[in-house]
Ligand binder design. Structure first.
Ligand SMILES: CC(C)(COP(=O)(O)OP(=O)(O)OC[C@H]1O[C@@H](n2cnc3c(N)ncnc32)[C@H](O)[C@@H]1OP(=O)(O)O)[C@@H](O)C(=O)NCCC(=O)NCCS
Length: 181
């Protein structure tokens, strides 16, 4: 039985967490992760900062992380791409992954999002409502193991009629307000 780490703090990801997240993700997914199609959609795109969370233990160590990215399906339907989700090896199987998933999904809905896609083990992600059939009419711009390509409706029916290629969300232009002279 794993040791209970006691109280963890769940926070929005901070700039200083970046290095620890990279280390934990590298340990969890290995060096091949950058070749994955989902990474192509993350290149030169910032994650949605309101939807990136970390867990910090009582010694201040980062022990879990989840990130979400903006995507656009067929240049028409905005969606979220979830991942990576990683829990420190010594804390796996204690429910932190589930807690972070539910929290992240709830926050996504509160911010007005209605659909999420991810590439991950259906044996794990089915429990949150992610389904293969919801992603049958959408494509990623590269190879993906079909059975692991899943979608979730945060709003019932939000994947109905959604089809086509997934691309990066267009960067929002900064509005430049002219000063009154
Ligand atoms: C996968 C991961 C995020 C799960 O987080 P966690 O905190 O360990 O998991 P939880 O405690 O919330 O859930 C544990 C349950 O999920 C199951 N589970 C964990 N990983 C699984 C997987 N890859 N496939 C199927 N089931 C899985 C466990 O068997 C356990 O089942 P139980 O509740 O019936 O006992 C974590 O193990 C991890 O970081 N793994 C390495 C990175 C990774 O694989 N990320 C997911 C990408 S697919």
């Amino acid at each position: 039985m794993q040791k209970n780490p006691g109280r963890l703090r769940l926070l929005r990801e901070r700039p200083r967490d970046d290095e620890a997240i990279e280390e934990m993700t590298a340990a969890a997914f290995g060096p091949d992760r950058f070749h994955k199609t989902v990474y192509r959609l993350r290149e030169e795109v910032a994650p949605i900062k309101e939807l990136c969370f970390v867990c910090i233990d009582q010694k201040g160590r980062l022990v879990a992380s989840i990130r979400n990215w903006p995507i656009l399906i067929n240049e028409r339907w905005p969606a979220i791409m979830l991942g990576p989700l990683a829990i420190a090896p010594e804390l796996r199987g204690l429910g932190y992954g589930k807690a972070l998933m539910w929290y992240s999904m709830a926050q996504s809905r509160m911010l007005g999002h209605s659909r999420i896609i991810l590439v991950g083990d259906p044996e794990y992600y089915n429990q949150f409502g992610f389904r293969r059939d919801l992603a049958l009419n959408i494509q990623l711009p590269g190879w993906v193991e079909e059975r692991r390509f899943l979608a979730l409706e945060l709003v019932a029916g939000s994947m109905i009629g959604v089809h086509g290629m997934i691309g990066k969300a267009k960067a929002k232009k900064r509005s430049v307000r002219k000063k009154k002279r």
